[in-house]
Design a protein around this ligand. Sequence first.
Ligand code: ADP
Ligand code: MG
Length: 305
Amino acid sequence: MAEFSIIERYFNRQQQSDVDLGVGDDSALLTPPLNHQLVICTDTLVAGRHFPLDTSAHAIGWKSVAVNLSDIAAMGAKPHSILLALSLAQIDHDWLKDFSQGLYDCCDQFGVRLIGGDTTQSPQLTITVTALGWIETGQAVTRAQAQVDDLIVVSGSIGDAAFALQHLGHPLQQRLDYPTPRCELGAMLKGLASSMIDVSDGLAQDLGHILDASKVGAKINLNQLPINPALRDLSENQQWKYALAGGDDYELCFTISMQNYDKLLQLQPNVITTIIGKVTQQCGIAFEKDGLDHSLQLQGYQHFA
Ligand code: ADP
Ligand code: MG
């Protein structure tokens, strides 16, 4: 079966009204809303590197979209559409059916359309999704505006995915395979958060990017890390390792003033948020436990380590 019939069969669902031209021509066409900026990002998943080789095709489809919507959410923006560059080792119709279903399930849940892509053959299954979104001009939440004394807050629970990766078959594997991009929370934080990032490579490392970009530091209270009850039997050190150095959670980490955090809570976001510390003047991340300073050595995920 040729490339074109794969596209036709699996990746060319009904056009949506706010896409001027979608799959089928040389490029897609969109009309940006007035006074908005285009927000655009891309992320690649490589089989065996970004997901275990036996991950279901449906989960791979879901996750390849979800990780990108998470990046759009982390700017405070609303996702609009995606492009899919798919490199397949061979044509497997069962796999393609489940993969495209997982991809469209994630798209449908977050109101996103597939507007184009590319399909090629390559020895290694590789999926690159590019996501597009819109935000009112000048409203994007970057990494660079964290202010001393802001609260540091994270959504959901952290460390679940890293734990699941080492305990395949555990119920928490759902969190590894089907991450939930925090699209609603991200959009609510526009105009409220001073900085934001999504947690993909480990909380300490990702928070570190905010601190570097904003030229500030952080004090994290280890007692307040939102660790899943399923990890409670592990030693404290192991829990902290998963929570701070584990990757793949796709929760949001943001800094916010106390007043704006109160405003956020009044909006009743659909996910729990937890204050884990404060922005400080002193560069780097310091930890405290039971009110006392506590030293920890951590490493996040390094792609070229
Ligand atoms: P071109 O050769 O001009 O790059 P292609 O043959 O690669 O065009 O693609 C034909 C059309 O199908 C284009 O609109 C492209 O965006 C779309 N497309 C190709 N692969 C995919 C895919 N995996 N998912 C969605 N759309 C795709
Ligand atoms: Mg092409």
